[in-house]
Design a protein around this ligand. Structure first.
Ligand SMILES: Cc1cc2nc3c(=O)[nH]c(=O)nc-3n(C[C@H](O)[C@H](O)[C@H](O)COP(=O)(O)O)c2cc1C
Length: 135
């Protein structure tokens, strides 16, 4: 599945297999994070942590977002990490943005996280969407 195709079937996943991903798979995800496109202006730093460093998240891993607390920095963080959300879901993993979950030891520039891991929750089908007509 391409990341474009993932746009139409991605979903926020709240149930995970607690088993961690392999080191190789996590390294690949870190590489995607290191190379993800960021907008001109303040950049974000992305850090993968395991469940033992998190509270309030059911997933085995999460990507912590670090950036300055400005509109431009938040905008960039959302732009960049949403591309990674699509990458993860195109790879068959589950993911969810979480404002309620937190790292146990948040740094001063911690902003938000994207939890991720293996899941049995099925991808979306057309029938899952409840959208109003455009007209
Ligand atoms: C910035 C942001 C923070 C979010 N924080 C939480 C959260 O703390 N807990 C949660 O259950 N869902 C959280 N979500 C997920 C949304 O609730 C979810 O995107 C929404 O239910 C729509 O579902 P979908 O992503 O499957 O389309 C967050 C989403 C965003 C964009």
């Amino acid at each position: 599945m391409t990341q474009y195709e993932a746009i139409f079937i991605r979903r926020s996943v709240r149930e995970y297999d607690p088993a961690p991903l392999t080191i190789a798979r996590l390294a690949k995800i870190q590489s995607v994070l290191d190379n993800v496109k960021q907008l001109p202006g303040p950049t974000a730093r992305f850090e993968i942590v395991n469940a033992d460093k998190l509270k309030g998240a059911a997933a085995p891993h999460a990507i912590l977002v670090h950036c300055e607390d400005t509109d431009a920095a938040w905008f960039n963080a959302g732009y960049s990490l949403q591309a990674v959300d699509l990458y993860l879901q195109a790879e068959g993993l589950g993911s969810i943005w979480m404002g309620m979950a937190k790292p146990i030891y948040p740094s001063l520039d911690y902003r938000i996280l994207l939890a991720f891991g293996q899941t049995n929750v099925p991808i979306r089908t057309e029938a899952d969407f409840k959208r109003k007509d455009i007209t």
